[in-house]
Design a protein around this ligand. Structure first.
Ligand code: ADP
Length: 270
């Protein structure tokens, strides 16, 4: 045995560990910095717009009331955007700290999809998009999950299909029964997503160049929230897409175990 060699090895091992700890801290720090700079960027855009519209009305002694109304309307839309952003940020931080627990109940996923379709009917019509429900066997499927949170997952995914869908297109929600799970897929025939973006899609604030350039409103938090909710259920979410043809987002849920009925024991009259 060579004691000097042993000590050297120990020191090297210690240095390796410290280096990896420092790397982790650097990564966390970069993550925090990016997050803050993303937030301020996302807030600046609508704030500047609001200020611009209001200044224009105040400074120019507006005579044209129609134009003033249009400007106020635009300012108000940007206020809405800020409120959505705050709501999404609040939601995501609560999900991350585990402040919002998952409330499991048993419910029929078919009923929830029907309810979500009804609540989005008007919006779908505005975008000229048809909502279609697809299931091979027409039998309701009982799942065990947080009904309100899964509603939000569906709403976010369907809402995206409106934003990135094509006019006169259609969005379908399909159910596939697996062994003890059900796969829920939301498919649109919209603009699709370039393959290089797919791995980053669920990151907070990530938006593809296409959506930025098309000036589609959105916080870039919708899919991050969706992923959080699905993973808090210990389930998985995936996306596949072909640019120009459309996208499919699919997530799994646990089927609820049907209670086994007690066998009826025939009573023998003696
Ligand atoms: P937001 O829609 O607010 O930008 P999301 O987190 O919901 O944020 O989506 C992130 C990005 O993923 C979007 O900006 C868009 O580029 C892309 N995306 C999401 N859903 C779709 C879809 N159905 N079709 C095409 N692109 C999509």
């Amino acid at each position: 045995a060579d004691p000097i060699n042993d000590v050297e090895q120990e020191v090297q091992e210690w240095a390796r560990q410290k280096k990896s700890e420092i790397d982790d801290l650097r990564k966390q720090e970069k993550f925090r910095r990016d997050f803050l700079s993303n937030i301020s960027h996302e807030f600046k855009t609508p704030l500047f717009a609001i200020q611009g519209y209001i200044d224009a009305i105040v400074d120019d002694d507006f005579e044209d009331t129609d134009m003033a109304r249009q400007f106020l309307d635009k300012a108000s839309k940007n206020v809405d955007r800020l409120s959505y952003l705050i709501k999404d940020l609040d939601e995501i931080s609560k999900l991350e700290t585990g402040e919002i627990p998952i409330n499991y109940t048993k419910f029929k996923i078919n009923d929830l999809i029907r309810e979500v379709f009804e609540s989005l009917e008007m919006k779908a019509a505005e975008h000229h998009i048809k909502l279609v429900f697809k299931q091979k066997y027409d039998e309701p499927i009982l799942v065990n999950a947080d009904r309100e949170k899964i509603r939000q997952v569906l709403v976010n995914l369907i809402d995206n299909s409106f934003k990135y869908g094509k006019e006169e297109g259609s969005t379908s929600v399909s159910l596939f029964e697996l062994h003890d799970q059900v796969l829920v897929e939301v498919t649109d025939d919209g603009i699709g997503i370039e393959e290089k973006y797919l791995p980053r899609l669920f990151e907070r604030f990530f938006r593809t160049d296409t959506s930025r350039s098309r000036q589609i409103g959105g916080s870039g938090l919708g899919l991050a929230i969706v992923k959080h909710i699905v993973e808090a259920h210990q389930e998985t979410i995936n996306v596949r897409s072909t640019e120009g043809l459309g996208s499919t987002f699919g997530f799994t849920l646990q089927k609820a175990k049907q209670g086994i009925p007690f066998p009826t024991i025939p009573v023998l009259n003696s």
